[in-house]
Write a protein that binds this ligand. Structure first.
Ligand code: PEP
Ligand code: MN
Length: 358
């Protein structure tokens, strides 16, 4: 049975960004009593982007976490970035390990960590890489699996963007974890709204969005005195604020619950609309093929930049009239246009004419 399976969502992970002192670790755990916290988190080796900031207290801090565990019976997790971290964390009884965003991005580091975990049975959480690259995220998961780690959860903590005007510290970019879910429906996804929001007041709405997406868990940075925290002071919540967040959180079902004739009716309409969309796309592709033959006869290229510009303009303004976001419609038309060009290139290519086009 997976460590990450819980009967009631969310699987809650809480604790400070960094273990700063024995008092801070014990006070946080004491204040979390009574909340449904499944796992205590605290970083003891902190991957700081720039030098000169608090980088964690290593094995000394692991001793405080071990003491916290024996006082409160709360399992703990910490971030590991090097094989020596793995050895020290295991020696101090860590229950779960996690790979941070700056580690997942580097397959060499991930492989070294995976090798150091060979033969060890421990649940591991893998944060998304700093860049929105689902392949890197999956790659890290697979490297650990190939080393024999079977209990894995993915942690969505958002993605770096350059000088973005977004309200987030790390843009959530929800389609990325959704793509991970599509590719690996078996993996639990835990959202880390603290590192996505970057500020206290934004944490609750990101946590709610993660629940609306059907993710399994939340990892929320919690500190008894957040303003005085040695790392990520702006985004940590007091245990009281965490309690208030949980009280407001709406948990939704991922399966259809009960019978709703209204929902069934709407789904039937949607099924027939989807069938119409597919028929229309089929007709559009037939037209593309015919246009390919005309272009061939006229000695024209398959891709006509002027025509594509016209498609962009007319389709975006049509979409605007239907309150559809231009970005979404253009992405859709880009895909349709790519397929048209592929079909036409096949027609223009004499040698390919005898082969099937798909
Ligand atoms: C953290 O969890 O405190 C941390 C450093 O996270 P990330 O790897 O997501 O930046
Ligand atoms: Mn942090």
């Amino acid at each position: 049975m997976s460590f990450f399976t819980v009967s009631e969502k969310p699987l809650l992970i809480a604790g400070p960004c960094s273990a700063e002192s024995k008092e801070q670790v014990l006070a946080t755990a004491a204040a979390l009593q009574g909340l449904p916290v499944r796992l205590f988190r605290a970083g003891v080796w902190k991957p700081r982007s720039r030098p000169g900031h608090f980088e964690g207290l290593g094995t000394q801090a692991l001793e405080w976490l071990a003491e916290m565990k024996s006082c409160y019976g709360l399992p703990f997790a910490t971030e590991v970035a090097e094989p020596q971290h793995v050895a020290a964390a295991l020696q101090h009884g860590a229950d779960v390990l996690w790979l941070g965003a700056r580690t997942t991005v580097n397959p060499f580091d991930v492989q070294r960590l995976a090798d150091s975990l060979r033969g060890v049975s421990i649940p591991v959480m893998i944060k998304n890489p700093v860049s929105p690259d689902v392949e890197l995220w999956l790659g890290a998961i697979e490297r650990l699996e190939q080393a024999g780690i079977t209990d894995i959860a993915a942690v969505h903590r958002g993605f770096t963007s350059y000088k973005s005007s977004s309200p987030f510290r790390n843009a959530p970019n929800w389609p990325v974890p959704i793509e991970l879910r599509r590719r690996r429906p078996d993996l639990p996804i835990i959202c880390d709204p603290s590192h996505i929001a970057g500020q206290r007041q934004g944490v609750a709405s990101v946590a709610q969005k993660a629940m609306d997406m059907g993710f399994e868990g939340l990892m929320i940075e919690t500190h008894p005195n957040p303003e005085a925290a040695l790392s990520d002071a702006q985004q940590q919540l007091t245990p009281e604020a965490l309690k208030a967040l949980l009280a407001q959180l709406v948990i939704r079902h991922t399966e259809t619950t009960g019978h709703s004739s209204e929902l069934e009716h709407l789904r039937q309409i949607m099924d027939s609309l989807d069938a119409e969309i597919i028929d229309l796309i089929g007709r559009r592709m037939e037209l593309s093929r015919a246009m390919g033959s005309v272009k061939k006869a006229l000695g024209m290229t398959a891709y006509q930049p002027e025509r594509w510009r016209e498609i962009v303009e007319t389709r975006s303004s049509h979409a605007a009239g239907k309150s559809l976001p231009a970005e979404f419609i253009m992405e859709l038309f880009q895909k349709i246009h790519d397929e048209s060009i592929r079909l036409q290139l096949h027609i223009l290519d004499d040698a390919a004419q005898d082969e099937p086009s798909c």
